[in-house]
Design a protein around this ligand. Structure first.
Ligand code: SIN
Length: 475
């Protein structure tokens, strides 16, 4: 297990020797420690990335691509080890953790393919006087702040395109799940990523890390995945040096079930949209708008499926939902359910914490929820599904859009034309039609409104880590 900072290809303790405890959310007990990086470590990481990036930027794209492809294979070869680390520090069920490792690795394969396809343009200027050449050099050094809900995949979704485009990187993983990040970058170095190109500073003092990193002259870009609240503050900080930013922020996804939907498929999709990775995803369905004619049937069948999910330690066979990440998350979920009940919602299943150590909450379905109550306005980030019945389609779409968030949405109907027309009216960066999962490394991941800026994955993702340079020339 790696527990030190990675700076300039060397593993080392933080400058003042302090350490941070890592807690197992299924017990609430610390089980490991990692180095607590200081601002001086952050500066050293930026300098190492800057030094390594110079030669990486001029390394042939094919060679960079081959290294990325080797990373894909090497991560897959370590699936069991990485998945167990993810379960230990994040809590998600082992099957989800293995799925996450495959997802994390796939960003390297996809971006290996994109690395050799970064295109430019050549045009004759409209006046005919000269040629216009446009090309896409790397940004330079990129600072990354990654979340705890996908300790491997949310980091590789940034790392793989950043490296493919020719950048150096400094990463701050979350203090809840640093061990996976450290082992992933260890494996990347084993697979051939040059020393110093990727640097990792774990820290208990995110604010000081941020100021030191963002203030460093070599850093030209910030890529963040996390809450909208934190994202707003980081954007203010990044504006001081006019940094390029990619922000993957919070969601509040509506899931719509029309009365012509295949209800079995809608329940299956709703389970995926709500419960994958212990219901702690930004894309998770947060509000379930169900047409009145099928509201009772859908709610009953959905509640049966939710009640059948085994909650427990992610390493135990058969467990489908692990603990929440920490006590604060548990209090937040529990508070939202209590508030909804106070507003007249009825508990169909669940509705309580588990009486055991760790941060467990029962898979919960609430019926009779009113649009506009707190649970429909805030991102739940836990296994709770508020169901809101609707009759008027236009009013439902207004309600689905009545949020500052616009990351994902889901629509279930047998009428594909209706599904597509409704999708176009929903203000979300990603819409699943008769599907409970939208994420794919080959698709543009990102949100509208306050759910973010820029896109990750797809062909767009690698260009986010590039500059655009135009050269006017005569020949
Ligand atoms: C997230 O929760 O931020 C990402 C979810 C995903 O990629 O599926």
């Amino acid at each position: 297990m790696r527990t030190q900072l990675l700076i300039g290809g060397e593993w080392r303790e933080g400058a003042d020797g302090k350490r941070i405890e890592v807690v197992d959310p299924s017990t609430g007990e610390p089980f490991a420690e990692v180095a607590d990086g200081t601002p001086a470590d952050a500066v050293a990481a930026c300098e190492a990335a800057e030094a390594a990036q110079r030669s990486w930027a001029t390394t042939a794209p094919r060679q960079r691509a081959e290294i990325l492809r080797a990373c894909w294979q090497h991560l897959l070869d370590h699936t069991d080890e990485l998945a167990e680390l993810i379960v230990k520090e994040n809590g998600k069920p082992l099957a989800d953790a293995k799925g996450e490792v495959a997802y994390a690795a796939e960003f390297f394969r996809w971006n290996a393919e994109e690395t050799v396809r970064i295109r430019g343009e050549l045009a004759v200027a409209p006046a005919g006087a000269n040629r216009m050449i446009v090309h896409h050099p790397p940004v330079g050094v990129v600072a990354m702040i990654t979340p705890w809900n996908f300790p491997a995949a949310m980091m590789t979704r940034k790392l793989a395109p950043a490296l493919g485009a020719g950048n150096g990187v400094v990463v701050k993983p979350p203090k809840q799940t640093p061990l996976t990040a450290l082992r992933v970058v260890d494996l990347l170095q084993e697979a051939g990523v040059p020393a110093g190109l990727v640097n990792v500073v774990t820290t208990n003092d995110a604010g000081s890390w941020f100021d030191a990193t963002i203030g460093h002259r070599a850093v030209r870009m910030l890529s963040f995945t996390g809450s909208t609240e934190v994202g707003r503050k980081l954007l203010v900080g990044a504006s001081g040096r006019v940094l390029k930013t990619v922000m993957e922020l919070g969601g509040n996804a509506p899931l719509v079930v029309f009365d012509d939907a295949d209800i079995a498929a809608a329940v299956e999709g709703a389970m995926l949209a709500k419960m994958r990775h212990s219901a702690e995803t930004c894309t998770a369905a947060n509000r379930f708008y169900v047409e009145a004619g099928v509201a009772d049937e859908f709610t009953e069948r959905f509640a049966e499926a939710m009640a059948a999910v085994a909650v427990g330690n992610g390493m135990e066979a058969g467990v489908g939902c692990g603990p929440l990440i920490d006590a604060k998350a548990l209090d937040s979920v529990s508070g939202l359910v209590d508030d909804a009940i106070g507003e007249g919602a009825k508990v169909v299943t669940g509705g309580a914490r588990l009486d055991r150590p760790g941060y467990f909450y029962e898979p919960t379905v609430l019926a009779g929820v009113r649009h506009g109550t707190k649970i429909t306005r805030e991102e739940v980030f836990g296994p709770v599904a508020p169901v809101i019945s609707f009759t008027d389609h236009d009013e439902m779409i207004d309600q689905a859009n009545d949020t500052e968030m616009g990351l994902a949405a889901y629509v279930f109907t047998r009428d594909l034309a209706k599904g597509l027309a409704v999708s176009e009216r929903i203000q979300a960066g990603m819409v699943g039609v008769n599907r409970g999962v939208v994420s794919d490394p080959a698709a543009p991941f990102g949100g509208m409104k306050q759910s973010g800026l820029g896109r990750e994955g797809s062909t767009d993702g690698i260009y986010e880590f590039c500059e655009t340079q135009y050269i006017a020339t005569n020949w």
